[in-house]
Ligand binder design. Structure first.
Ligand SMILES: NC(=O)c1ccc[n+]([C@@H]2O[C@H](COP(=O)([O-])OP(=O)(O)OC[C@H]3O[C@@H](n4cnc5c(N)ncnc54)[C@H](O)[C@@H]3O)[C@@H](O)[C@H]2O)c1
Ligand SMILES: [Zn+2]
Ligand SMILES: [Zn+2]
Length: 372
């Protein structure tokens, strides 16, 4: 039996999402049919349209998702129909070199997430004789999808899936940038560039790790005000003003960590971040940019003589299977904010309005609530 689903797809560069009806294959060996409840509007899907992350076309958008398992294919042991799950935008197979050494965010099964195919190169969405990919093997801008069991993490039934959805990408990627990649410790001074769906969670991570000063930089007033509500100690529209303040706060020693979570990373923000950390400091680059552009231009001698580290971080350097559950338990016990991260909700038909609001700086995170 072939299923059908309504989905938001990209068909060519520079074009917005189009809402179409697609055929959907039933789950094969190791796969599940999921009915998505909610999908977050992460900036990475905007990179698919702005040309920074050109995908294979056509592709169903969306990689932050939560939902309910409706059916399972042969050999599925991880979940059963009726289970509530949050999707991980990087699958975790559990057995590859990276999964088996506690680095599930680097799982080898993630190789095709931008192609949007299953690991064997096949697709589950189709229309008019064409195969449609699924962003990050998920395609959460669809009512339903057929995905790998390794892309889902079972979560407690009583948690609201319309809030838990954020723990599929933005929350762990931001929180983990502070806690895991940055290694923020009690008493540290942290500078965070870019307070969107990821950066605000880097603030939550830095605050929960006991940072003394959390200094944020974002040109948008709503973002700065929200960061202060989440526990940031200082907020600036301008990186130079932030650097002057950090110098004053640390008696010239500089920050311990500078975390880059801006929408599109460029040379300037990397240079500012590298200059604002002091001896032994760490710069983490989590934001994306056109992969063909060289965005790191800094003095190697500064790195050597001041023993600074610049590193990238994927999925907050977290382990999805462990950290999605852990972060939701922190939410459940009141130690992690999720409800306050959602500025606006949209229907699937309003996906382009949601991305326009993101571009206009109106949203910390927008979320699509699927209707059926
Ligand atoms: N590494 C990962 O695992 C991972 C995961 C998800 C998203 N991302 C990437 O992280 C980035 C952030 O995603 P998001 O969803 O939070 O985006 P967003 O659009 O919600 O937030 C970006 C913020 O950066 C601010 N900004 C832009 N330029 C700035 C500058 N020069 N200085 C300071 N602030 C600036 C914007 O005002 C905005 O508030 C994107 O590039 C996204 O693709 C990376
Ligand atoms: Zn994302
Ligand atoms: Zn793996």
């Amino acid at each position: 039996m072939t299923l059908t689903t309504k989905a938001a797809v990209l068909t060519e560069p520079g074009k917005p999402f189009e809402i179409v009806e697609l055929d959907l294959d039933e789950p094969r060996e190791g796969e599940v049919l999921i009915k998505y409840t909610a999908a977050g509007l992460c900036h990475s899907d905007l990179h698919l349209t702005d040309g920074d992350l050109p995908p294979r076309y056509p592709i169903v958008g969306g990689h932050e998702g939560s939902g309910v398992i409706e059916a399972v294919g042969p050999g599925v042991t991880k979940v059963k129909p009726g289970d509530h799950v949050v999707c991980s935008f990087i699958p975790n197979c559990g057995t590859c070199r990276y999964c088996s050494t506690g680095r599930q965010n680097l799982c080898d099964m993630g190789a095709t997430i931008l192609e949007g195919s299953m690991p064997d190169g096949s697709f589950r969405f189709h229309s008019g004789g064409k195969d449609f990919g699924a962003m990050c093997m998920l395609g959460t801008f669809s009512e339903r999808a057929t995905i790998s069991q390794h892309s889902v993490v079972k979560v407690d039934d009583w948690l609201p899936l319309d809030k838990a959805v954020l723990v599929g990408c933005g929350v762990p990627s931001g929180w983990g940038t502070s806690v895991y990649a940055g290694g923020v410790r009690a008493g540290d001074t942290v500078v965070i560039y870019g307070i969107g769906g990821l950066g605000i969670n880097a603030v939550q991570g830095a605050v929960s790790s006991g940072a003394k000063y959390v200094v944020v930089v974002d040109p948008v007033a709503l973002k700065r005000d929200t960061a202060i509500k989440f526990g940031a100690t200082h907020a600036f529209a301008d990186a130079a003003e932030a650097a002057t303040k950090v110098n004053e706060l640390t008696w010239g020693q500089g920050a311990d960590q500078a975390l880059i979570l801006v929408g599109t990373v460029d040379e300037e923000v990397v240079q500012n971040a590298t200059a604002v950390v002091g001896k032994g400091g760490t710069v983490v680059i989590t934001g994306l940019a056109d992969p063909t552009k060289l965005t790191v231009h800094v003095s190697g001698t500064d790195l050597t003589l001041n023993q600074k580290t610049i590193k990238g971080s994927l999925f907050g350097s977290a382990n999805p299977q462990y950290d999605i559950v852990k972060l939701l338990r922190l939410y459940d016990s009141g130690q992690l904010k999720l409800d306050e991260l959602i500025t606006q909700t949209y229907t699937l038909d309003q996906v382009n309005d949601g991305y326009q609001d993101l571009r206009d700086g109106k949203n910390i995170r927008g979320v699509i609530l699927h209707e059926n």
